[in-house]
Design a protein around this ligand. Sequence first.
Ligand code: TPP
Length: 548
Amino acid sequence: MYTVADYLLDRLKEIGIDEIFGVPGDYNLQFLDHITAREDLEWIGNANELNAAYMADGYARTKGISAFVTTFGVGELSAINGLAGSFAENVPVIEIVGSPTTTVQKNKKLVHHTLGDGNFLHFEKMHEEITAAIAHLTAENALSEIDRVLTIALSEKRPVYINLPIDVAEFEANRPLKPLSQTSEKLTAVETAILNKVEKALSQANNPVVIAGHEILSYHIEQELDEFIQKFNLPITTLPLGKSAFNEEDPHYLGTYSGSTTEEPLKSRVDTADLVLLLGAKLTDSATAGFSFGFTDKQIISIGSTEVLFYGEKSEAIPLDRFVSALATLSFSRYADEILPVKRISDQEINDEKLTQKQFWKMVETFLIPGDTVIGEQGTSFFGLTSVALKKEMHFIGQPLWGSIGYTFPSALGSQLANKASRHLLFIGDGSLQLTVQELGTALREKLTPIVFVINNNGYTVEREIHGATEQYNDIPMWDYQKLPLVFGGTSQTVATYKVTTTIELDEVMKTARKDTQRLQWIEVVMDQEDAPELLKKLAKIFAKQNS
Ligand code: TPP
């Protein structure tokens, strides 16, 4: 018999999902049978639901969309932080929550995983603020509701929530008759009007600059953006929240702009532009060193997925993907002035002295090769990577807006599953790793081969920089990071483990790790607890001030 569960899974397959994450529970077990019965879908069981949400987020950032399954109440609430991050940073993740049968819910039975009050809507309601759409499936609405929320996830690039009572999953259903609806190619009158205004502004500007943000990555419109930049020879930068939205080896790329902490001459070039065209970008505190960008509303046109602003005035929002695709059809003269080249690392000192943050990020820059995916955890890692110049065809993942530590470990694994051909390099602090390390078991079981750099600097260095440098609350228990892969089921067949304390050691290990493509590379990097990238030092002072 073809069921609602089968319909939902066919739709997930149709939109590009090949793996589904999650944790079983008695309210979703029968639904999981439909997944494991299929040849074309794989179940990836996680250690906990928060990690499942993070892993699904990473998968969606790379593949375009993802899904994970939790059980009612206990499971979904564990995942809620992850889903909120996906909402904040525009990542389309579908959460399917297996819930008690329709009869149990109707009769307000006092069953497990409820608050014991017969109300089955508490948790669904909690998700309203962090999802673009919620569906509560019934025998009558299941198929149309599935289609509705999946279409919203695809178009708005934000998470959606499906409450699937376990009996509804088993109801008989018809197969999908046609593919999920696609939006039309024709531009609306509002879109055309906005394009005309942008065209006029660009044709009048003498020294414009484009700032690309994270929504370019959410909509996977890097190529469309590239066409626009090449056609009009425009200078472009990205924010740290949006890094890799544009090829950093392209001659039009100026470097990563992060407000007052940006190096000269890039900082002045951006701040003094007579037109700053923001595309899918948000000027958040951590992306702009506490709002310290040197340009004002008078210079800004901002086109984002939820907001369009012309010199501080709001205009109707338009679909970002359609807008960016249409930019190459505009007509104005090509920019003719010189474009500042990106500074790249040329000097490197390899010695047997203690490794510093400064040396480490320099070595990381030269270690990168085209096609890598780099993931940077909130902490010294993200801020160290902000200043690292990427190579072409690289993808960068970070979570600087939501900033939930521990996010990157499962996210890197999800992204690696979504694109096995790209070598994944994860940079994560010891403190962050301690939140989500359980997923190391999943990485080893799935034979994933990322290169993981665990920054062992004895605690929360980023927090030490902001406040309480030597306070006990910024310390963490010292783990034996070398033994972790073994504890989580690794063998010499699946993982290689290293510890480095000097540049010589790091240089050797980097070379070995790059060549060893068949095993996970687990590299513990020991650095001083007071050592931090320059950018973070400056930013920490700004954050400390923001909190006083
Ligand atoms: N809890 C969550 C879930 N997210 C947070 N952002 C924080 C707490 C606050 N926080 C931000 S960074 C950080 C903490 C606790 C410390 C990160 O330390 P670590 O991963 O060791 O990075 P380091 O700066 O030492 O490289």
